[in-house]
Design a protein around this ligand. Structure first.
Ligand code: CUA
Length: 321
């Protein structure tokens, strides 16, 4: 995988590639700057006083003054004004970040974060059939609205260049919107620790100049029919199964795929069956129907796989003797 951070960001902040990025950074540097000024004022004054009023020969202590109205008003009023400025600036940008524009044409994408991969689904007119792809494709200056779900644990959608982040939580739909302002390819991370391969749960956001280019890229990425099954099978395995099912005989979160087809399976509840193609198909659409003895019923459904994809996967399983 390499070091994904090093590719898109240097030492400093990543590109400002959405319409909230500049405001986000401004808020950050405003608060940082004000804090830095007071930090040096306070520590500087403390150091100076320690020196100036140190105990030494010929220097007499003075009585501590107990009250100074001007000073007390100043140290209440100045922080109050500063905090109101912080509140105003951050509320303005927060409001912008949580409220998608109502009167603009937007691109709606359904997002699924699952252990340990992102999926993006495009529906509607230009895509003909729903397109499910592993990267996010968007258009410059067009607001993107995401509805995000998780079938397993909490994940979190994060694109540093856009300065947007939102948890993806099982059992509910979380929403997020942003407006990309720069053509290019940006890193998308999972930023909620979600298990073994959390660090590999990344994807790319491709920002295109025109809608036509974006639609074409999505359709091309979603088209698995043109891929020969003997290539498609291993790819689908890597994308969907490998994190839980090994191909070398080792048990993972789920049983190994090595020698799976044709083997005798024993299930929770005491039943048995031969693992044939029908069994594989059933496990993909209804994983909890038969749970292999000694494993937990944690496998999510894979109903989104198309018929030719399931065929390719079964072909691949047959090769894992
Ligand atoms: Cu998904 Cu971390």
């Amino acid at each position: 995988m390499g070091l994904p951070l090093a590719q898109s960001a240097g030492f400093w902040f990543p590109d400002q590639a959405s319409d909230v990025a500049a405001g986000h950074d401004f808020t950050f540097f405003l608060i940082l700057g004000v804090c830095a000024v007071f930090f040096f004022l306070i520590t500087g004054a403390s150091a100076w006083f320690v020196l100036k009023y140190r105990k030494r020969a010929g220097h007499k202590e003075q009585a501590t003054s107990t009250h100074n109205t001007t000073l007390e008003i100043a140290w209440s009023a100045i922080p109050t004004v500063l905090l109101m400025v912080f509140f105003g600036v951050s509320t303005y940008w927060y409001w912008h970040m949580v409220n998608p524009p109502m009167n603009e044409k937007s691109l709606d994408v359904a997002v699924e974060g699952r252990k340990w991969k992102w999926w993006f689904e495009y529906k509607g007119e230009p895509f003909k059939s729903p397109a499910r792809v592993a990267d996010l494709y968007v258009v410059k200056d067009t607001p993107v609205r995401l509805s995000m779900v998780s079938p397993d644990v909490i994940h979190s959608f994060f694109v540093p260049a856009f300065r947007v982040k939102q948890d993806v939580v099982p059992g509910r739909i979380n929403r997020l919107w942003f407006k990309p302002t720069q053509v290019g390819t940006f890193r998308l991370y999972c930023t909620e620790y979600c298990g073994q391969d959390h660090s590999e749960m990344t994807a790319w956001v491709h920002v295109f100049e025109t809608e036509a280019e974006m639609v074409q890229a999505v359709i091309k990425a979603a088209d698995t029919k043109s891929i020969p099954p003997e290539e498609l099978g291993p790819r689908l395995y890597a994308e969907n199964c490998a994190s839980c099912h090994s191909k070398d005989g080792k048990a993972g979160l789920g049983p190994t795929f090595k020698g799976l087809l044709g083997s005798q399976r024993e299930f929770e509840g005491g039943t048995t069956a031969t693992a044939d193609e029908a069994y594989v198909r059933e496990s993909l659409s209804d994983p909890k129907a038969k749970v292999v003895k000694g494993f937990n019923p944690v496998m999510p459904e894979f109903k989104q796989l198309q018929a030719h994809e399931v065929d390719a996967l079964i072909l691949y399983l047959k090769s894992l003797k």
